[in-house]
Design a protein around this ligand. Structure first.
Ligand code: MAN
Ligand code: CA
Length: 268
């Protein structure tokens, strides 16, 4: 090793640093340390450009001993693409869509609990009015039944004035009185009409005919009958002229010519 360089190394060791030799220039800048004034002068005298790399402002600042790091180089060329990464976590939920159309009505909910009992004062008042109505009704019933031409059968009330007429007259008589010809629709009602007929000793006409369609008997509202009590062999539309219905004293029915005169019994 030449003497000069041994001297350099020695001096470096006393300062705790190692100054770069010419051949080391170009290594990472972190390896470039401070220079002594003597080193700078010596390097400068040998090779100005080298000295400036070690001590860029060697003419004056090299005396301050610090060689600043070089500037960053240009970025290198991009590397090759890496391998495809793992699938990422799901993204955040998107924005809610517009409101849909209204759904169908759901089933009825369960029955609620029984409510509290009503105001006792109101109930007392209602009970008093109900009692008044009941006794008034009883009074009317007594007055009407005294004349024996009113019969109550279930939900129906049968009334007669004892008058007679053909079907057309009887129908008009009853509808004028805001009722209709007697149309018994069960055995109880049939019996009530039968008793009135027996009492007056005249067969009545019922509010039932097959005037619209032969063989199809209907009530005044046009509905087909749901109850009948035909006598044996009836209805037979005798001589093709029997569209009305009379009741015998035994309660059985016979289809009969509407022009005959019969007892008029109305129902309410
Ligand atoms: C007999 C039967 C009845 C019919 C009458 C007519 O009694 O044939 O069906 O309605 O005669 O008067
Ligand atoms: Ca007949």
């Amino acid at each position: 090793m030449p003497e000069e360089e041994e001297e350099d190394d020695k001096e470096d060791e006393t300062r705790g640093h190692r100054c770069k030799k010419k051949e080391d220039v170009g290594v990472a800048k972190d390896d470039i340390g401070p220079c002594t004034l003597a080193q700078c002068a010596r390097y400068e005298s040998k090779n100005v450009s080298f000295a400036k790399q070690i001590c860029p402002d060697s003419k004056s600042a090299c005396a301050k001993l610090t060689c600043p790091p070089g500037k960053d180089g240009l970025p290198g060329v991009n590397g090759l693409n890496g391998e495809k990464g793992d699938r990422g976590a799901p993204g955040l939920p998107g924005i809610a869509g517009p409101t849909g159309p209204q759904g169908e009505r759901g089933p009825a909910g369960p029955r609620g609990e029984k409510g509290e009992s009503g105001n006792p004062v109101e109930i007392t008042s209602l009970n008093r009015r109900l009692g008044t109505l009941e006794s008034k009704l009883e009074q009317y019933a007594k007055a009407l039944t005294f004349f024996k031409d009113i019969t109550i059968a279930g939900d129906k009330i049968y009334v007669t004035k004892g008058a007679q007429g053909n079907y057309k007259d009887g129908k008009a008589e009853c509808t004028n009185g805001r009722g209709q010809l007697a149309t018994p629709q069960n055995a109880l009602e049939n019996k009530a009409v039968q008793e009135i007929a027996a009492q007056y000793k005249v067969f009545p006409f019922l509010g039932i005919t097959d005037i619209d369609t032969e063989g199809t008997f209907r009530y005044p509202d046009g509905k087909t009958i749901s109850y009948s009590n035909w006598a044996k062999g009836e209805p037979n539309n005798d001589k093709g002229v029997e569209d009305c219905v009379e009741m015998y004293f035994d309660g059985y029915w016979n289809d009969k010519n509407c022009d005959e005169k019969r007892l008029i019994i109305c129902e309410y």
